[in-house]
Design a protein around this ligand. Structure first.
Ligand SMILES: [Ca+2]
Length: 408
């Protein structure tokens, strides 16, 4: 029996190896599959060429040269990272409407002085780095790409778990999905961020060593496929693979960015449509510094596809939200118009009772009336946001979201 199973596994594996390259083969503009090369981006041997180029963003923590060979993957040196992250006492009482830059280690993909330029993300296939976790417990690292120069937003960071000792972190660039929301030709850098330590004392920071950041690159940029396909009346039902990238978060304090995950029925909660829904895990803040609302939102690239301007004004935009907390939640729903520098309007409040699905719905014509001026939303449709006020305590709050849709 054991043999049968292992034979079965071997068959499955060989099938996978046959099928995968075909499924993953990328085409460039000429329709050819571009050839691959491996490049060392940072080996941390040259202080100016490596440490001086990296930007240690606000409140990240410390970055230093390491020469202890235990923590060096190749050569004589690596980087010692001691990430702290934001602490609530650093936030201050003044709320500015602009998002703060990510508290990250910003690793630029280009340098005039050292004459390298890997900023065309269409040419990046994979980012690899060696990381040594010198702590006795697992640590998370979040790897994202920076398409906005000041790093106020880092594209949906991917979490990797670092086991104690050496880890090889491999971040695969998903061109088709990134292209829904970003211009791939201008990617400023790689962002590394970590869970916050809730202390400003560097002695409390974990020790993580970083070495050998390599880029696997295509010779020519791949052409991303347009993967956004909406069924009739669909805005986002979370059934399709690309829809993991359809919703993202806008959080003032990046350390409490919610976890977003597409899941099937769980904990007695079933999707309102299809087999999948979005699970949103909201994180508490250390201290409330004024009334701050954070948000998740259906992105403009998706809403634009839905051809909202062609809908009758009586058609409704609907969203289902399940509140898995034990208290009522007040969730403002806002719409963003892409005209006039992204103005937004509050469409109403979804008062979500605990333990049930609640539906928010609003007529398309009513959304236009929220803005001053004719068709400011339907002609310039932008993100649809679900907001919540920051909260304190030890407990995460869980929401499920499903079936952003049109009803007529
Ligand atoms: Ca669904």
């Amino acid at each position: 029996m054991k043999k049968a199973i292992s034979l079965f596994l071997i068959c499955m594996l060989s099938l996978a190896t046959i099928v995968l390259p075909a499924g993953c083969s990328k085409k460039d503009e000429s329709g050819e599959t571009p050839s691959l090369a491996e490049n060392m981006l940072y080996d941390f041997e040259d202080y100016d060429r490596n440490f001086q180029l990296m930007k240690v963003m606000s409140y990240f923590g410390a970055v230093n040269v390491n020469r202890d060979k235990t923590y060096v993957r190749s050569g004589e040196q690596s980087a010692l990272l001691q990430p702290l992250g934001y602490h609530s006492t650093m936030i201050g009482n003044v709320f500015t409407p602009t998002l703060k830059p990510e508290s990250c280690l910003y690793i630029p993909l280009s340098s005039n002085k050292y004459e390298f330029d890997y900023t065309d993300a269409g040419k990046l296939r994979e980012i690899r780095m060696a990381m040594y976790n010198a702590e006795s417990t697992d640590k998370n690292v979040y790897v994202g790409l920076i398409f906005e120069y000041n790093a106020q937003e880092v594209c949906e960071p991917t979490r990797f778990t670092l086991k104690p000792g050496w880890n090889d972190v491999m971040y695969v660039v998903e061109h088709d999905r990134l292209a829904i929301n970003y211009d791939l030709s201008t990617c400023y850098g790689i962002a590394l961020s970590f869970d916050r330590v809730k202390s400003r004392n560097i002695a409390d920071a974990p020790k993580i060593y970083l070495d050998d950041i390599r880029l696997e690159t295509y010779e020519t940029a791949v052409t991303p496929a347009d993967v956004v396909e909406l069924d009739e009346n669909e805005l986002c039902d979370f059934e399709k693979g690309y829809q993991r990238y359809a919703v993202t978060s806008g959080v003032y304090d990046k350390a409490i960015r919610p976890d977003l995950e597409i899941v099937t029925a769980q904990n007695g909660v079933s999707p309102t449509s299809g087999h999948r829904m979005l699970k949103v895990t909201l994180k508490p803040t250390d201290a409330i510094d004024g009334s701050i609302f954070d948000t998740i939102y259906l992105r403009e690239g998706i809403v634009r596809k839905a051809n909202i301007s062609a809908l009758p004004l009586s058609a409704k935009i609907c969203i289902d939200v399940y509140n898995a907390c034990d208290i009522m939640l007040d969730l403002p729903i806002t719409f963003v118009s892409m005209r006039n520098q992204n103005t937004y309007a509050v469409a109403g409040h979804l008062y979500a009772a605990p333990g049930v699905w609640s539906t928010f719905s609003i007529e398309v014509g009513e959304v236009d009336r929220l803005f001053e001026g004719e068709k400011v939303y339907t002609a310039y449709p932008g993100p649809i946001r679900i907001e919540w006020g920051e909260f304190t305590g030890d407990e995460n709050r869980i929401l499920y979201v499903d079936n952003f849709r049109i009803e007529r």
